[in-house]
Design a protein around this ligand. Structure first.
Ligand code: NAD
Ligand code: DAU
Length: 331
């Protein structure tokens, strides 16, 4: 199979490329990535001689057309992904997430190439803390932020291209990922690297917000199941029953890193901060036989802490700028 991976130099995309070459070594992988601030050549360095790496923007029609035309399938990860950045400046999110997905869709329409579109549970908005329900494939879209509204827009474009043009696409909406190569702007790596660099951990508001954590390899294994056997036109929700409030996650990190439980600062809350995400992944489990394997969150966190401790050369050069940006925002 000739596979085009957009955004393959980002956190989930790079882990997807590694997983693919580990488990399906015959797949011929091409990565298309614009190398925004979130893209990393180093994340792909261990497999550089086994992939084709194209530097380019997913809004560049001719580049996308040529690569899609030469592929059997596309897994589309490329996007602007950080909610706080979207609140500060939404424009790049419209560019990459909406126009970029439109450009990919037009190319797969022309060439008849199979597409898997990677999306987020944030398109469903948020749930109350005491709501017994979880998101399912039929939950109405209700995005809250500039980030999630652009991802929702992209998902709706994919659905429309399937129905109107017969494009062969599937969509997945996954919950919060953690694991190696996640940018230090995100919650878990930010706290780990704050502690490793002698800074204090930073919690938005009271930390009651709940996220549904999944290891990045479990997410990517689910993407492979959907790519292989998913029903065209379907949306699949990916989650590993990992609901935890932010304060609990932070306290676990502090304990695992031998710190006092109150060794953190409360900082300015995120505007419009979604309260709770929770995924019901039963359709994916029962229909495609997927199940997560990294089900012990604490040991997953321990391995992630070890990875950041061992790979300061990867994240160290990014850290000061990220923290300077947060400081300007009071976070
Ligand atoms: P990331 O920010 O770490 O990486 C995004 C990658 O896309 C980077 O390599 C960047 O250079 C590239 N990119 C951005 N704009 C581009 C453009 N215009 N053209 C080409 N490349 C471009 O993101 P991530 O956390 O790896 O997320 C990947 C995908 O998974 C996104 O679509 C995101 O919405 C989705 N997702 C993420 C999570 C999560 O917890 N991180 C959960 C569910 C879904
Ligand atoms: O749910 C899937 C989404 O998960 C993906 O679509 C997004 O791309 C990804 O960034 C992530 O979004 P979140 O906003 O949930 O993740 P983030 O890591 O930014 O924050 C997680 C929670 O932690 C959130 O409630 C905000 C809080 N937080 C975040 C940071 C950076 C803090 O309390 N302190 C922090 O320093």
């Amino acid at each position: 199979m000739r596979l085009l991976v957009t955004g393959g130099a980002g956190f989930i995309g790079a882990n997807f490329v590694h997983l693919t070459l580990r488990e399906n070594p015959d797949v011929d992988v091409t990565v298309l990535d614009a190398f925004t601030y979130a893209g990393s050549r180093e994340a792909l360095a261990p497999v550089a001689d086994r992939i084709r790496l194209v530097t380019g923007d997913i809004t560049d029609g001719p580049v996308v057309d040529a690569l899609v035309g030469a592929a059997d399938a596309v897994v589309h990860f490329a996007a602007e992904t950080h909610v706080d950045n979207a609140l500060a400046d939404p424009a790049p999110f419209l560019h990459s997430n909406v126009i970029g997905t439109f450009t990919v869709l037009e190319a797969v329409r022309r060439h008849g190439t199979r597409l898997h579109h990677v999306s987020t549970d944030e398109v469903y908005g948020d749930l109350a803390l005491d709501d017994p329900g979880r998101f399912t494939e039929s939950t109405p879209y209700n995005p809250s932020s500039p980030y999630s509204s652009t991802k929702a827009s992209a998902d709706l474009l994919v659905r429309a291209w399937v129905r109107s043009y017969g494009v062969r696409a599937t969509i997945s909406n996954c919950s919060n990922n953690y694991g190696p190569y996640q940018h230090v702007e995100k919650f878990i790596p930010r706290q780990i690297t704050n502690l490793l660099t002698g800074r204090r951990a930073k919690l938005y508001g009271a930390g009651a917000n709940v996220r549904d954590w999944i290891h990045v390899d479990d997410h990517n294994a689910a993407v492979w199941r959907i790519l292989a056997d998913g029903e065209i036109g379907r949306t699949y929700l990916i989650g590993a029953d990992g609901e935890r409030d932010n304060l609990s996650v932070l306290r676990t990190l502090l304990r695992l890193m031998d710190r006092d439980p109150d060794d953190f600062d409360h900082v300015t809350d995120r505007a419009g901060h979604d309260l709770r995400y929770a995924i019901d992944a039963s359709a994916l489990r029962s229909e495609l036989g997927w199940k997560p394997t990294h089900t012990d969150f604490e040991s997953g966190l321990r391995a992630t802490i070890d990875w950041y401790r061992d790979n300061e050369s990867w994240w160290g050069p990014l850290k000061n700028d990220v923290e300077a940006t947060y400081a300007r925002r009071g976070q």
